[in-house]
Design a protein around this ligand. Sequence first.
Ligand code: SF4
Length: 314
Amino acid sequence: MLQQTQVATVIPFYRRFLRAFPTLQALADAPLERVLELWSGLGYYRRARNLHAAARLVARDFGGRFPADYLKARSLPGIGDYSARAILSNAYQQPFAVMDGNVARVVSRLKAIHGNINQPKFRAAVQQELGQILSRRRPGEFNQAMMELGQTVCLPRAPRCPECPCQKWCEGFRRKTPEAFPAPRPRRATEFHFLATALIPHGGKVALVRGLDGGLLTDLWNFPAAFGSTRPEALHRLQEKLSELIRGPVVFGAPVAEIPHTITHRSIRVEVYHVEARGGLSRKSVRWFSFQKLHRSAVSQLARKISAQLGGKF
Ligand code: SF4
């Protein structure tokens, strides 16, 4: 849950999640839809799908106990090098050093390693130094201490060197240029998109479909929508999409809302159109949600936003 997400945001989701799934077996037994419901609002849904799939595999293949072997841990969905090292060092005190952005910053300052975290050569140099200083006796606590040091003392812009317990070994401090390490990472350019979205009300409910568009949010329920690089292109693509979904004539009203939204590096201008489907909708692809039920279901953050803004009007 904490990947790309702040602690304060995660806490209520985490508590709710553990109440619903107090054991690995409870998570493994739950349907994916229920897991996504509880994840809804946190974003990055692949994490939830992987967590659920991994719980099922651990229950089936490892007797319900997370494997204490690196390669077996890595065979589970969603467990990459970072997660395997973090789990094995913390849960089983195995001598794996964990490098996240905070730790990389601390080590690059301690050892004056040039480069930025996107560069494989930089990461390899940091990982090697980290392996040298790792506590073999208490690797889990060492990893947590390094993360904490990066979060609270060795801050990106203004490191608190006078309070730092590592000051006397720190090459960055000795050179009086700790902020020079590491170099800032190049940012991924923001993409701008238009998203035409259909609000199709009927009998106090609205029609949602699985997935957003362009392979995004495939497990979640969304208002029917289509991306475009221009407003007319998005609208045209939405009309095409709806012609497959709706039997008979489709009547588009004027836009009823314009909502800014962001999905990872995409900055999206969402235009919501009121659409009348006079001939009915394909039952196979559509599910009807009341605005009250929508908030408790596996719907996207964008669908929640639209519902919060327009729920009282339809
Ligand atoms: S002395 Fe300063 S730069 Fe070095 S690790 Fe500590 S806080 Fe970071």
